[in-house]
Each structure stands twice: as C-alpha cells, then as structure tokens.
Design a protein around this ligand. Structure first.
Ligand SMILES: [Zn+2]
Length: 464
C-alpha cells in the first residue's frame, strides 16, 4: 500500500517534471541514444582525454557518499553535498588536476556573462529535481561559480546573472549580459527527460544557423571542452541543436539575447547515477573546467569584432543644400565612390599590427566625411578585427580574414562592400536615398580559424 503510494507520487512527479515549462529537449526525429545496461547504473566516468593537461582528472565516483537530507526529498533545499574544505574552488584553480593551459591567456579582457538557469523554485514540489530531489537550480549556480573562478584566474571579466537562489525572468537574464557589454553569454543548464537512462551533452543555439554564426562557434567550443573533459557514456549524434526544435520561438533566454550566446545542457539530472554525481562539488568543478577549456580554446583561435570608423558613432548626418535637398547625385557607379573613400587611406604605410590607424582614420574622415552623399551613394567605413592580428605574431601582417566570408546586409538585404586587406577597412555602399531613421546593418565575416564576428549587428542612424 505504502509502496503503491510512493509509486503513484513518483509517477505524478515525473509527469510534472516532463510537462512543466522548460527547456528540456524531447528529441522528436532522433531516436534515444542506446541505454546502458540497467544492472550497472553506477559505472564510473571514463578518464578525460589528456589534451592540454599534464595530469588528467581521475574518474569521478558514480555515487556520492553522503545521504540525502531528511524529510521530503522533493521539497528539501540544499540538496548538494557541501564543499568539505575551505577555499574549495580556489584550491583547484590551476592545480595539477585542473591546470590553466598557456593558451588561456587569450581570455584576458574577454567579457563572459554566465547565466545559471532557474532559481527560487525550492518550494515547488519536484520542480526541476532528480529522482532523489537534487535541484537543477543549485547545480547550475555552483557550476557557474566554479567557471567564474577559472575564467577570472585567466584574466577574463565575468558576471553572473544571479548570485543566489532566486529567479529572474529570461528576458532580464539576457538584459544583464547586454547592459554589461558582454562578449559572450552562456546559460548553464542540466537536462531532464522521462527516460531515466538517458544522459548526454547537448548545446543549444537560437533559431537558424544563419541567424548568428558566432553562436555556433561558442556552442562548438563548449561542446568540445565537455567531450574532452566530461565524457558521458552516451552521445547524441549531432550535439549542437537549434532551440526551435523545442519551441517555435526558441528558448526565451537565447531569443532575448543580443550577445553571442549558447545554452548548455551538460547532462541529465533525471538519470539516477548522473544525479548523484551532480551533487558532488568535485564533479561540478570538473563540469566547469570542461566549459572553461572550451572557452580558452575559443579565445585562442581569435574573437573577431567589427566597429564603425566613419561615422564613428554610426550616425550619418546627411548634408543639405540651400534648398534643403540632400546633396546626392545619381550618375557615378558605386565603385567610384569607394575608390574615392579608400584612396585617403595609405595601405602601404600601415602602422604596427595592433595599433589602430587612428591618425589616418581621422585624416580619412576629414577628407571623406561619412554620410556625405558621394555620387548617389552613402559610404560607411567599418573596421574589421580578426582577433588575431593584434597579437603581432610572425605573419600578422598577412590577411587573416576570409574575403569571401564577408557579407553586409542592410535590413536583411545584401549591399555592396569593398574590403581593403592591408588595413582591414570595409567600405559599405548604401543607397543615397535612405530615409531618416534607424537601420540594422549586419556585418558577417570569419577569421582564418573560421570564427565568425562576435558582434555582427550594428545600428546605423540616418539623420537629416
Ligand atoms: Zn534547465
């Protein structure tokens, strides 16, 4: 009788878990990965690949040693095992087991916003909890905190969307990243599904692959880090997934983000063995380390960016004649206008690699003011940065941007551009008859490591 009641409770809880508003994937077209034998759910994790680390992390025990808190496990708070030593994370950062690889130095100055999913939901019975009550919100927060410790040790700037056990809206989470000026936004989650045997890693990007290619870069590097340093026994065949597989509008937190972003579903807390591993701070640190290695490799391969040069603030002020008409003539071809604009930049005398040619820019701007209607076209000048040239490595003067990867769109429509490889200027030709107002200028390009620009979406304002 009592056993029957518990079974009923468990069934109800599972139904609630599966149906609640959530980012939990339930693959439709993809078959579930093969389940491990039921008789050995406590298989230890295989040791990670020794990629950059002199000493690979040892296997993590499958079952955590301590017992769960007393009382109703589906309502208990603090379901994670406590850190048993002071400065738990600090002792691990840069230790033999978790070394900071030399290439992590390229994380210096990179702004990473970490978003521990959920929070403030301990009072919701069974909400986002594993079979014995371990809460996803707690795991997510701990992993994000450990990841922060690793990133900060490498010189990155880090902000968490939440520091404690409280919730904030998906939109507000994305806003934290945007307001802070983050380069990267990572939402940290763990997954849930009805099949308790399921346990694999997936990384999610918003909408379609063309929407923001840098999202795929971030997702790919995070996935690589997890595969090397937290290899789970199961794989999903294509681990980078569009959030529109789950909802037509995608995940709210990714859809709201104006920053290059990805959402990690590191593993499944609905898998009983994985749930117990996830309680363990050592395992959580290992998760963080896997993400950290992915981010370090990403930074090492260069984070491309784009910015306005002329006009420097992205505001085009159209000159007017005495009659109030715009000074635009329609008779010359676009390339003549660009030749005009680019001729003021002396490419042969480029300054040192990581010093933007500010003086020359100023000269160029003075001689060829942006927004001035040139032969029926507006020429806007942008500066591309491949994320590599500034390192002044041997060969830095050579082109490290793939010319054919450059595409510029005004409100979604392709517009013409001219790229000058010597100084990485991009001259964009816009129709001279644009009305006043705000326009979205989308600039895409890849560096030679095939990393796409982090901030492709620029806002152009046309003022009369
Ligand atoms: Zn979640």
């Amino acid at each position: 009788m009592r056993r029957g009641l518990w079974s009923l409770l468990l069934a109800v809880t599972l139904v609630v878990l599966i149906n609640c508003r959530t980012e939990q994937p339930r693959p439709r077209s993809e078959p579930q990965p093969p389940a491990p034998p039921v008789t050995q759910p406590a298989e230890p994790q295989p040791a990670p690949a020794p990629a950059p680390a002199p000493a690979p992390a040892p296997p993590v025990p499958a079952t955590a040693p301590a017992t769960m808190p007393a009382g109703d496990p589906m309502l208990s708070v603090d379901t994670l095992l406590p850190e048993t030593e002071p400065d738990f994370a600090a002792r691990r950062v840069g230790s033999e087991r978790y070394p900071l690889p030399h290439y992590a130095k390229f994380l210096r100055g990179v702004r990473v916003c970490l978003d521990p999913g959920h929070g403030g939901d301990a009072h919701l019975r069974g909400f986002k909890r594993g079979p014995t009550g371990v809460r996803e919100a707690e795991i997510n927060l701990r992993v994000a905190q450990y990841l922060r410790a690793l990133l900060v040790a490498s010189g990155a700037e880090v902000k968490l969307t939440r520091e404690g056990d409280y919730d904030l809206s998906l939109r507000d989470r994305a806003k934290v990243a945007a307001d802070w000026g983050a380069d990267l936004f990572i939402s940290v989650h763990h997954n849930a599904v009805g099949n308790s045997k399921t346990n694999y890693t997936s990384i999610w990007y918003h909408a379609d692959v063309d929407r923001r290619p840098s999202n795929l870069d971030l997702a790919r590097y995070l996935c690589d880090g997890l595969y090397d340093h937290l290899p789970l026994e199961q794989l999903t065949d294509v681990p980078l997934k569009s959030d529109q597989l789950m909802y037509p509008g995608g995940f709210g937190v990714l859809a709201s983000s104006s920053v290059t972003s990805a959402l990690t579903e590191i593993s499944f807390f609905t898998n009983p063995a994985e749930e117990q591993r996830l309680r363990d701070p050592e395992y959580n640190f290992r998760e963080a380390y896997a993400l950290y290695i992915g981010l370090a490799r990403y930074a090492q391969s260069g984070l491309p960016r784009v910015r306005f040069v002329d006009p420097p603030d992205g505001v085009v002020r159209l000159p007017r004649g005495d009659s109030g008409e715009r000074l635009i003539s329609d008779d010359a071809p676009a390339h003549a206008a660009v030749a005009d604009a680019s001729s003021t930049v002396d490419v042969s005398d480029s300054p040192e690699a990581d010093e933007p040619p500010d003086a020359e820019m100023a000269d160029a701007a003075a001689e060829s003011p942006a927004g001035e209607a040139q032969n029926g076209w507006l020429v806007v000048t942008l500066q591309l940065d491949d994320g590599l040239r500034g390192r002044r490595a041997w060969g830095s003067e050579r082109q490290m941007i793939l010319s054919d990867s450059i595409a510029v769109r005004l409100e979604g429509e392709l517009v013409e551009h001219v790229f000058t490889p010597g100084d990485y200027r991009l001259f964009v030709l816009l129709p001279g008859n644009l009305d006043s107002g705000e326009y979205r200028l989308d600039v895409q390009f890849m560096n030679k490591n095939k990393n796409s620009v982090l901030n492709p979406g620029l806002t152009l304002r046309i003022e009369p």
